[in-house]
Design a protein around this ligand. Structure first.
Ligand code: ADP
Length: 388
């Protein structure tokens, strides 16, 4: 005999009778948080829980006695009877005890994604199957949102890097450029003065002006490094999923998603040492540039490739079949403020170069085989994991 919480003696449970079991089962159907559907071996629905009613939009009364196929979509809907027969004939488990993510159909015909788990019970000569259904719509939506947010983050970090760089540049360059202007003006005014004794002062003014101009150049170089200043969080990253993600993010932010992006990753590329967010930024920049270059190409196409290169490097390429590089920008592509676009900042490729070089790689552009442009960059492969 057990003592209850208030100290009084509790009566032991006797073996439950059928009626007790039945009401217990009904209470389970009422309260189980996942949708619960019990079917017989021909697929007919015998029980349908409260949560299943909410998920599928049927009342238990409406759906009991109908084939569970009606809650399915696609190949499952067509083949479910056959699945059941196969299992009863062969005992081969395809889903029972394993679980799967499948598409389900609501009473109004709309489809949604569920996580499906199935248990079985043999009662006498007959089988009963119990399905537990969890709606993944919210989870999927949250995942989508996460991806969107990540994409926004990458975009935002690019914008903020550009913004920071531009305002820092304006501020820092103001002083040396004003000084250059002052020295030049002073020099010009000196030339207008009579007498020969001004040569020395003129030389000093020009020297100082030149020094300030060099300083301005240093500031630009330093600021370029600032964009990804030592903030590389390089770790071992598998290149395939990294490029998959970057392509998905780039596709999401493309104004025209009609441009096919083909991904070709050699099976032996394996792992690289990289900061995934920064490498994604490089890929997104290059894919966006390719997309912009393809604006008036008849059958536009972007190809992303990855293969093992020399010296333990992985070579990544982003090629398009656009018009190729404008000869005016060809030689200064990676220098800040090089652009052929009316609204361009000319900072994207310079940021890409900074990131790639901070990773110990190099970046270059050449002519694609079909006349477009190929950007290629390298990352260090991670041999430790690569060979395992
Ligand atoms: P922006 O895109 O702001 O101009 P970038 O540094 O990203 O700055 O690019 C610099 C220039 O490089 C572009 O203006 C364009 O002329 C050229 N360019 C970049 N990618 C391509 C490409 N895929 N095809 C042709 N030209 C390109």
């Amino acid at each position: 005999m057990t003592d209850s919480a208030d100290g009084s003696a509790a009566t032991p449970l006797s073996a439950p009778d059928l009626a007790t079991l039945q009401s217990h089962f009904v209470s389970i159907l009422e309260s189980v948080p996942d949708g619960m559907i019990v079917i017989d071996e021909t697929g007919l629905i015998l029980a349908f829980s409260k949560a299943a009613e909410l998920l599928f939009g049927y009342t238990a009364k409406e759906i009991i006695g109908r084939n569970v196929r009606e809650l399915m979509a696609g190949r499952d809907e067509i083949n479910h009877d056959q699945y059941l027969r196969n299992y009863l004939d062969t005992g081969e488990r395809r889903i029972i005890g394993i679980g799967r993510v499948v598409t389900a159909r609501r009473s109004d015909g709309t489809l949604f994604t569920i996580d499906l788990k199935i248990g079985e019970a043999k009662i006498g000569d007959h089988w009963l199957f119990t399905a537990f259904v969890r709606d993944l719509t919210d989870q999927r939506r949250a995942e989508m949102r996460m991806r969107e947010m990540q994409s926004e983050l990458v975009h935002f970090s690019r914008l903020s890097a550009v913004g920071t760089m531009a305002s820092a540049l304006a501020h820092e360059l103001n002083q040396p450029l004003t000084a250059v202007a002052n020295y030049l003006e002073a020099g010009r005014d000196l030339l207008d003065l009579p007498g020969d004794d001004k040569r020395e002062i003129l030389r000093e003014a020009l020297d100082e002006g030149a020094r300030q101009a060099v300083r301005a150049g240093d500031i630009v170089r330093k600021l370029r490094g600032y964009v990804s200043r030592g903030e590389i969080d390089a770790r071992s990253v598998e290149i395939g999923p990294l490029l998959d993600d970057a392509t998905a993010l780039a596709r999401m932010s493309m104004s025209s998603s009609d441009i096919p992006v083909v991904l070709r990753i050699a099976p032996d590329v394996g792992w690289v040492l990289a900061d995934p967010i920064q490498v994604q930024q490089v890929v997104i920049n290059l894919v966006r540039n390719a997309q912009e270059a393809l604006a008036s190409t008849a059958s536009p196409k972007i190809q992303i490739g990855a293969q093992l290169g020399a010296n333990g490097l992985v070579a990544i390429s982003i090629c398009d079949n656009g018009p190729g590089l404008d000869p005016d920008v060809k030689n200064t592509l990676f220098k800040p403020f090089t652009t052929s676009k009316s609204g361009g900042m000319g900072l994207g490729l310079s940021i890409c170069q900074t990131i790639v070089e901070a990773h110990g790689g190099t970046i270059c552009a050449d002519l694609a085989p079909d006349g477009g442009t190929c950007f290629r960059f390298t990352l260090r492969s991670d041999p430790a994991i690569h060979t395992s």
